[in-house]
Design a protein around this ligand. Structure first.
Ligand SMILES: O=C(O)CCC(=O)C(=O)O
Ligand SMILES: [Fe+2]
Length: 358
């Protein structure tokens, strides 16, 4: 069932305005000039050397923007998000990919370069072979026939979730850049931060939310083959006063009634602090995936090539932790595989296939 939609528009949340950074025309030109100096990108084969060149070039970004990124990484704000507006955009765009896949006919790379330049200040890029073909920069578009799915190819309400929270190497940061708005300009990406609600949650609920009492199944965007699988996790972890949160209001189930009560309490609290961001061309929203859950409101696609189109990229702060899964020099985690635990009734997801080095 879809969550009841309750949110304030980002422009109306006064404290958030410090973290909505609109580029001046000079800053926009400076970003565009850096991008012009960079070669054409092959998004399907991003070499380490290419990433290094992009990151070196990004050191020339206007210092105000760099300062915002550095501060966000060091001390995330209570909303767990930062947004940049008025970024340069691609002069021409091909049709919005009908299948949400790679747009082979996109011949300029302004949106990709904006994502990469900004996100490389927030860790190392990461992707997953079982999701969106392991693309580092993924396309988020409505797909015909998938309107009601709880994944980003849908257009009905998408419930709050932590991105890939079931994955051992889930993203620390998740970013979305707007290429095309929806026709009616109604789609809002919603965020809800644990830091906004923690003080409202009774301590009994907090204690339960810190226990591994929550079963989480991978999202349907992940092509994991095998039997039924899930992981059992706590919802809150880490610091008592500034915990991390992992939730999913479609694919997470509490294992008993008390745990369900605690999750419902958190869910209701989050539903009251939602913030809505409309992602127009040139808008970049960066979320700390450890602090915020995100969702999306309903919109109506026309499947006419001009539908809503976002691009998405993930980063992690500790890249080494996933090195076994990624193998040498790569940023794509190898497929998860499912291993039954015969003595319990459960299954568990294993980190990855071992990497074979010739
Ligand atoms: O469409 C959106 O605004 C967000 C979709 C989403 O949850 C995602 O791409 O991770
Ligand atoms: Fe998502």
């Amino acid at each position: 069932m879809a969550d009841q939609i309750l949110y304030r528009k980002a422009e109306e949340v006064s404290g958030l305005q410090n973290y909505i950074v609109s580029l001046t025309e000079e800053e926009k030109e400076a970003v565009a000039r850096i991008i012009e100096s960079l070669p054409a990108l092959d998004v399907r084969r991003m070499e380490n050397e290419t990433l290094t060149q992009i990151q070196v070039a990004a050191q020339q970004l206007p210092s105000r923007l760099v300062e915002h990124l550095v501060r966000f990484r060091r001390e995330p704000n209570r909303y767990g998000v930062i947004m940049f507006r008025n970024l340069p955009t691609d002069a021409e765009l091909p049709a919005t990919p009908a299948d949400g896949g790679f747009p082979a006919d996109k011949s300029t790379f302004v949106s990709e370069y904006c994502l990469l330049q900004f996100l490389l200040f927030l860790g190392e890029p990461i992707a997953y072979e079982d999701e969106k073909a392991g693309l580092l920069i993924q396309n988020v578009c409505p797909v015909k026939g998938q309107e009601k799915r709880q994944e980003n190819t849908s257009s009905n309400h998408l419930n709050y979730h932590t991105e890939d929270g079931f994955h051992p190497y889930q993203p620390d940061y998740l970013s979305l850049i707007g290429l095309r708005a929806d026709h009616d300009r109604v789609a809002q990406t919603l965020t809800a931060s644990v830091r906004e609600v923690l003080h409202t949650i009774p301590s009994t609920a907090l204690t339960l939310l810190r226990q591994p009492l929550y079963r989480l199944s991978p999202s349907s965007s992940f092509n994991i083959t095998g039997e039924d699988y899930s992981v059992v996790l706590p919802v809150l972890s880490g610091s008592l006063l500034e915990p991390q949160m992992c939730v999913h209001f479609s694919s997470m189930e509490a294992v008993n009634r008390e745990a369900k009560w605690a999750l419902d309490t958190l869910r209701n609290a989050l539903l009251h602090v939602g913030i809505g961001f409309q992602l127009n061309p040139g808008d970049l929203l960066i979320m700390d995936n450890r602090l915020v859950a995100h969702a999306r409101t309903t919109f109506t696609p026309r499947y006419d090539g001009k539908d809503r189109w976002l691009q998405r990229m993930f980063t992690v702060v500790d890249f080494h932790r996933s090195s076994f899964s990624r193998g040498q020099g790569g940023y794509v985690c190898s497929p998860l595989y499912v291993e039954s635990i015969k003595n319990g009734n459960s299954t568990s997801l294993q980190a990855s296939k071992p990497v074979v080095i010739d």
